[in-house]
Design a protein around this ligand. Structure first.
Ligand SMILES: N[C@@H](CCC(=O)N[C@@H](CS)C(=O)NCC(=O)O)C(=O)O
Length: 236
């Protein structure tokens, strides 16, 4: 049995089975990515619900795994060299899981770097910009009632990024063509989430990006990806 005593997070969120990956997350775009990857890979794992309502992500136990105080984070008892490893930042976790299993990432060097390039495009572009758009559009609209600049800036940048993705997906099934990869998994929950969580479909002109919309439907139609979107389940 794996010894997880070096990970204080396991004191607050105990592992039922300490030999499998522990996921600390929520059903947000960044959180869902990891459950989606784990479901697609068929890796055994336990999902722990990190409640924002009670600021679980800022607790000492959570900060011991991710000093940045944000979900998602994982702990793999069977990391490199057979030793436990803790990880945060969704892009790093996706890369770790893909390399651990040799799946969801093309085996050839060119395909691998191209995939990582699109993962970074999401991590550094779509995630932060869509997040700021959602903040001003949905959550801070009253604070900027007399200043249209923040909304315009992030709405226009989000639309510009959608245009880049549209160009990439024209004539392609997935971001990397024939293969479903961590580039798709990191990106589609954000495109879906900007509508589900912020109601942004109209203001972001989703109808003008038909290749993105068709690809989003294909991603959601994958049973494992659809399942991952709803993990972890809120405890009763
Ligand atoms: N770059 C980080 C971003 C993580 C992030 O922003 N997580 C959000 C949820 S999607 C969060 O934990 N927010 C809670 C907070 O900021 O307190 C990643 O991709 O893992």
């Amino acid at each position: 049995m794996a010894d997880l005593s070096a990970f204080p997070i396991t004191k607050r969120w105990p592992a039922q089975n300490p030999n499998i990956i522990q996921l600390y997350s929520l059903q947000t775009p960044n959180g869902a990515k990891i459950a989606i990857a784990l479901e697609e890979l068929g890796l055994p794992y336990e999902a722990h619900y990190i409640s924002f309502a009670t600021n679980n992500q800022k607790s000492a136990e959570f900060l011991s795994l991710n000093p940045n105080g944000r979900i998602p984070a994982i702990m793999d008892p069977n990391g490199p060299g057979g030793k436990p490893i803790g990880l945060f930042e969704s892009g790093a976790i996706l890369l770790y899981l893909a390399e651990k299993t040799g799946q969801l990432l093309p085996p050839d060097a060119v395909g691998r770097y191209e995939t990582i390039q699109w993962v970074f495009f999401q991590m550094a572009g779509i995630g932060p910009m869509f997040g700021q758009f959602g903040h001003f559009f949905k959550f801070a609209a009253e604070k900027i009632a007399n200043n249209s600049y923040p909304m315009e800036r992030y709405r226009d940048e989000a639309k510009r990024l959608l245009g880049v993705l549209e160009g990439r997906l024209e004539g392609r099934q997935w971001i990397m063509g024939e293969a479903y990869t961590i580039a798709d998994i990191t990106t589609f929950p954000w495109i879906r989430g900007a509508n589900i969580f912020y109601g942004g479909r109209e203001v972001l002109d989703y109808a003008k990006f038909p290749s993105v919309m068709a690809w989003l439907e294909r991603c959601i139609a994958r049973p494992a990806s659809a399942k991952g979107l709803n993990i972890p389940v809120k405890p009763e």
